[in-house]
Ligand binder design. Structure first.
Ligand SMILES: *[C@@H]1O[C@H](CO)[C@@H](O)[C@H](O)[C@H]1NC(C)=O
Ligand SMILES: *[C@@H]1O[C@H](CO)[C@@H](O)[C@H](O)[C@H]1NC(C)=O
Ligand SMILES: *[C@@H]1O[C@H](CO)[C@@H](O)[C@H](O)[C@H]1NC(C)=O
Ligand SMILES: *[C@@H]1O[C@H](CO)[C@@H](O)[C@H](O)[C@H]1NC(C)=O
Ligand SMILES: *[C@@H]1O[C@H](CO)[C@@H](O)[C@H](O)[C@H]1NC(C)=O
Ligand SMILES: *[C@@H]1O[C@H](CO)[C@@H](O)[C@H](O)[C@H]1NC(C)=O
Ligand SMILES: *[C@@H]1O[C@H](CO)[C@@H](O)[C@H](O)[C@H]1NC(C)=O
Length: 569
């Protein structure tokens, strides 16, 4: 079942008479790209770790930022000053994954072995393939004193994982999926077809996945999502399935149509669409990638092969699965697109290339080193609530001239705009190539960034599940209060065209008669929103507030107990 706007309104926007204070409409502003700041590393992985801070992670190979007399590959970015500083890491975080866990700690896992000696001194134990890195909650707005903790001898994964993905699950732990063992030329020829968890389950053993085995050689960074019943949906290569963590069973789902592959090195992307009360029916959207055959060796592929413009969507109910994937097309093909859930429930599709592949130095006719060409410079918005055929729009969306190809990263910020950095389809730092190592930071500002916005106050720092919470809201008088959306969001961990753990759960909300407070009902349980940090954004008349950070659930270290009430089956 798809929620129409009307239905959503009737669920969320209870008994509020349509009200216009002035009748004069104030300009809603315009979308814009704004450059601000320069990173010291390539932002190939990006995660918001506090209301003011973004953690970026990269690679032991040439980033100019220095720490302790050697190259830095981790950087904290202060969104208040738009400047960054180096954070010490022990192991190589290149092509790692990660997420926040239930006690508010960020965990980064996997990475790369040390490459052919870079022209810098790095610690001898920098092999990051079993890396586990802990970034504890950082309360200083400037990040002062906040560090990344590693102890590779005693704290490490069970298997080598370069190019794994990961996500926070219903008990607040991290599930870690797949990866490869060694430097592979293009396809995953040395796969780690297993799952594991942090903190470990199964006495630290890995769990073999027949699904991952079936999806080689194009199954790196499997796109995985925690469903509202606690099971996991995974799409890799051209296949999909549901994994039941508790029963340890895999249920195959329909393959993607038309032979389109969507995981690295043929990166499309995917998202779980916003979940809405009362039923939180999960729908998955998968876009971009490539339809060239996996049996074609990379030297016979071309940087000019058109990327797929295909999007497919499936509702993960028995009836929805029976219907299978429904097809739609983006305005253009994209290799390595990124999807960002916006607080109003729309999906921003941005970045990537019109032709070619992820990775570098592998296809027949690279552009410099890049396997991809024809960067796509204009984002597009997808509105999941509109009827099939009318969901894509780029009206008012601006165009940049910075290519964001392989090894770029971006995230929604607590301010409600989008932080975009990185791109480096090169082995090391390259200047003056067609596709340089990119250090410029750019923000995509939605129209509301340039006008008066609703503001929220009095939100408790910690929220239980299935709880009614009242907080204050100050709504600019020109906004129509008959359309209010309250979003509870995880902004995800961006790595390789995938924002793992990113999630938007709409909450039922009631505006007080004096329009000064909102009564919001939190998600029913820890499966609808895996327990951990979140940001609350309120959108009134399509103008979104700044996000307010909360801890959802009891804030304990994983694995946490079941919380809230179960949904009726
Ligand atoms: C860049 O960010 C800084 C710090 O927030 C701000 O003072 C400055 O106005 C911004 N510049 C632009 C062009 O937005
Ligand atoms: C590393 O050093 C060698 C020898 O000094 C030099 O030839 C090479 O260009 C350097 N590489 C980089 C990436 O700076
Ligand atoms: C999926 O890809 C495999 C090769 O990786 C291919 O054999 C199979 O036919 C594809 N399935 C569909 C439905 O396109
Ligand atoms: C690489 O491209 C060239 C020029 O199009 C072509 O002649 C050659 O056969 C290609 N090589 C391979 C291995 O496909
Ligand atoms: C493969 O994708 C390209 C780009 O979208 C398209 O032009 C072509 O028709 C597709 N080929 C097949 C066999 O579907
Ligand atoms: C890149 O080009 C600029 C402008 O032509 C030049 O000043 C700079 O030295 C070049 N950098 C390298 C590494 O060649
Ligand atoms: C959160 O839990 C993890 C896993 O047990 C632990 O490593 C970390 O120190 C905890 N953080 C806090 C703040 O308790």
């Amino acid at each position: 079942m798809i929620f129409t706007k009307q239905l959503l309104s009737s669920i969320l926007f209870l008994a509020i008479a349509s009200f216009t204070a002035t009748g004069v409409s104030t300009p809603k502003g315009e979308w814009s790209f704004v450059r601000n700041g320069t990173t010291g590393i390539t932002a190939s992985q990006v995660i918001v770790v506090s209301p003011t801070l973004i953690l970026m992670l990269d690679r032991v190979l040439g980033d100019p930022l220095q720490i302790n007399g050697h190259q830095a590959w981790v950087e904290l970015w202060n969104l208040e000053t738009n400047t960054g500083f180096a954070v010490n890491a022990i192991t190589n975080t290149f092509c790692a994954s990660g997420a926040m866990i239930s006690n508010g700690t960020m965990v980064s896992v996997g990475g790369q072995m040390v490459e052919s000696p870079p022209n810098v001194t790095v610690p001898p134990d920098a092999d990051g393939r079993m890396g586990i890195r802990i970034f504890e909650p950082c309360e200083d707005p400037s990040g002062a004193g906040c560090t990344l903790f590693e102890d590779p001898e005693t704290l490490h994964l069970a298997a080598y994982r370069w190019y794994p993905s990961s996500l926070r699950i219903f008990d607040g732990s991290l599930m870690i999926l797949g990866g490869t063992h060694e430097q592979t030329p293009f396809y995953n020829t040395d796969p780690e077809n297993t799952f594991e968890f942090f903190p470990p389950k199964d006495n630290g053993q890995t769990r073999f996945s027949p699904f991952l085995a079936r999806t080689v050689p194009t199954n790196l960074f499997p796109r995985a999502f925690a469903l509202p019943d606690g099971k996991i949906f995974i799409v890799a290569n051209n296949q999909s399935m549901i994994y039941d963590i508790e029963a340890q069973t895999e249920t195959p789902l329909p393959s993607l149509p038309n032979g389109v592959h969507v995981t690295n090195p043929k990166d499309g992307t995917a998202t779980l669409l916003p979940l809405s009360p009362p039923d939180y029916i999960p729908e998955i959207l998968v876009c971009g990638g490539s339809n060239t055959s996996d049996s074609t060796p990379s030297e016979e592929l071309s940087s000019q092969d058109p990327a797929s413009d295909q999007c497919t969507r499936m509702t993960l109910t028995p009836e929805g699965i029976e219907k299978g994937w429904s097809l739609e097309r983006m305005p253009e093909g994209r290799m390595m697109p990124e999807m960002v859930l916006m607080p109003n429930g729309q999906v921003l599709i941005i970045n990537g290339a019109g032709t070619g592949y992820a990775a570098y130095q592998s296809v027949n006719d690279t552009i410099g080193n890049s396997n991809a060409d024809h960067p796509v410079f204009t984002p597009v918005l997808y509105d999941p609530d509109l009827p099939l055929g009318s969901r894509f729009t780029r009206e008012g969306l601006p165009t940049t001239d910075i290519p964001r190809l392989y090894h770029s990263g971006l995230t929604l910020t607590p301010s409600g705009n989008v932080f975009i950095a990185g791109s480096n389809p090169n082995p090391g730092v390259v200047e003056n190539a067609t596709f340089n190592t990119e250090f410029q930071v750019e923000f995509l500002n939605p129209p509301f960034m340039s006008r008066e916005r609703p503001s929220l106050s009095g939100i408790p720092a910690q929220l239980d599940f299935n709880q009614k919470v009242t907080f204050s809201i100050d709504i600019p008088r020109d906004l129509h209060t008959n359309e209010i959306k309250v979003a509870l969001m995880d902004m995800g961990y961006s790595s390789h065209a995938f924002h793992s753990s990113s999630r938007l759960v709409f909450m039922e909300a009631e505006l007080s008669d004096d329009q000064g407070s909102l009564i919001v009902t939190t998600p029913p349980n820890n499966r609808v929103y895996p327990p951990g940090p979140a940001y609350i954004f309120v959108t009134v008349d399509d103008v979104t507030s700044t996000g307010v950070r909360v801890m959802v659930g009891n804030g304990a270290a994983p694995p946490v107990e079941e919380q809230g009430v179960r949904l009726a089956a």
